[in-house]
Design a protein around this ligand. Structure first.
Ligand code: HEM
Length: 147
């Protein structure tokens, strides 16, 4: 399936998968950080250390990787003519929703940095399951392409 990317196609696809792994690793870490963070006393040195860790995770991993995954994914989609394929519509809907979830989690990190702690530990534990479910669904759609 070589489009305009020619011989570079498999390299671009490999890069796409590598950055997907980095993105997902960050998305697995962030709610887990929140759980530990919320166990600290507001304003304490430990609270400040978690704010620093969350900020670094956002700037070093989460923000760059979401951009790179989207960019490479869209390049692959144009290359393969995927916009007319059913599996890709479903994948796009899921990754779009997941990108919204990413934004919501980043928003929550900012709230925590301001001292607002609105979500319970149970909710954060449930949020921690979302990247795993999304990974399973998206990989099945991209690899098996059931429709
Ligand atoms: C963010 C937007 C994304 C877009 C636009 C996108 C688009 C694409 C496209 C078009 C392909 C097919 C490439 C080809 O065969 O030429 C592909 C492959 C793949 N994508 Fe994505 N993707 C995105 C995110 C993700 C995510 C979040 C995951 C995993 C959680 C993922 C996992 C994969 C895998 C495993 C393949 C390889 C499938 C195969 O060749 O067998 N992608 N992606």
């Amino acid at each position: 399936m070589e489009g305009f990317l020619g011989a570079a196609w498999l390299w671009v696809k490999a890069a796409h998968i590598i950055f997907v792994i980095f993105w997902m690793a960050g998305m697995f870490m962030l709610p887990r950080f929140f759980i530990y963070h919320q166990q600290t006393v507001p304003g304490s040195a430990e609270d400040k250390a978690w704010i620093e860790r969350e900020t670094r995770l956002r700037y070093i991993i989460l923000t760059p990787t979401i951009g790179i995954v989207w960019l490479l994914g869209l390049v692959l989609a144009v290359n393969a003519g995927a916009f007319s394929q059913g599996w890709f519509h479903a994948k796009l809907a899921i990754v779009f929703a997941f990108s919204g979830y990413h934004g919501w989690m980043v928003g929550y990190a900012k709230k925590l940095a301001r001292g607002e702690r609105r979500l319970s530990e149970k909710t954060l534990r449930m949020a921690n399951e979302i990247p795993g479910i999304v990974t399973a669904l998206v990989v099945i759609l991209a690899v098996v392409r059931p429709f």
